[in-house]
Design a protein around this ligand. Sequence first.
Ligand code: HEM
Length: 402
Amino acid sequence: MRQFLNERLPLAEFSAHLRKPLPKHINLLFSLGSLATFLLLLQAVTGAFLALYYSPSPEHAHNAVTYISEEVPFGAFVRGLHHWGASAMVIIVFLHLLRVVLYSSYKAPRELTWVVGVLLLLVVLGFGFTGYLLPWDEKAYWATVVGVEIASTAPVLGDFVAKILRGGAEIGAVTLSRFYALHTIWLPWIAFGLVGVHLFLVRYYGSSGKPQNTPEEMKTGKPFYPDQVFEDVVGMLIIFAILASLALFVSVPLEDVADPTNADYDPRPEWYFLFLFQLLKYFQGPFEVLGTFVIPTVGMLLLLFLPFLDRSERAVLWKRPIALTVTSVSVIGIATLTILGASSPKLETQETPQPTEQSQTPTAPETEGVEEGEEVFDFQLTEEETGEEEVFDFQLTEEELE
Ligand code: HEM
């Protein structure tokens, strides 16, 4: 079998390529890219299982998510992995980006690897934004209302983009199926395509190693396979253990079903968008567009073109004072805005109480005289069974049933 494959495929060359030594002093920070790849795959697998039960319509989405969390075997666990995996993905990709900046790995000849990386960052944030709406609860609905409004403030194309996202004048059934399509078809295709290009470029140029590596040291480190692969796999197992523990012991929130008439609801985005949300608060009236569009867009463009703007020699970060200052100010700024956004008094008072079993099921009829914690059974009699024109919904408690 081995000989059969060897005669037909360049397996020997491939194996030799994987066993080539990496630069010396490669540390754990060089595993962050592999961890991001692992998380992307984990999100794809857990998402594929969730999709077996999910239904992207305002009538069914919330019930489907409740059903996954409460009835489907391992449903809460898989949903937990997907939920916490999304946050882990943002953290790991951000740390990976910082590692690349810290070691000047974005500099020539790796400019394209960087540009593709920034596009991947946008795709990861896109996953977060589109996925947030899918449970169709209050926070999902209202955060999307605000998110799409923010998009609409962009000059020239803003209204057009908002309309495309909404699929009409308001957030509704078309928006939900559009976000679902983006989240499960468009973005995964784009993500896997970009990761393919990214990894090809990474292998093509080889690891950049540390900036202080001498030319000899660039070829005298441990081999990628098996040493580096082993370290990467250990990292993946640790991340999986953390995510599995979170999925088992911390329940994923689900608020009341979205109520488009609830104008009192204070919208709140996912934590990794909080810094943008907080930024908006400083720009009111005619200056609003600065917070909603100008600053985020300029920031993103500077990030995208960083390798073409910073043409200095490769060196450790503390020997690059401008890069060090800009990176530190950006990280501290984002962290401060996130903390302010999370702890602002307005946000604290908007905590919606955890929904009861009835309020999670929008179609369930009112239940009177049911003790807390008592199990309730839903029944539905169809027209055929009752001989009447109506369909009857009713509920019986455990006691009544006996
Ligand atoms: C889904 C997101 C991403 C995945 C799956 C991913 C994956 C990887 C992997 C596996 C590596 C090789 C190992 C390593 O150096 O850590 C790598 C290297 C690299 N990544 Fe990413 N990456 C992602 C996002 C980003 C972002 C956001 C940036 C920067 C904006 C970026 C820029 C780079 C660069 C410049 C390298 C080459 C580093 C070197 O040669 O030392 N990547 N990436």
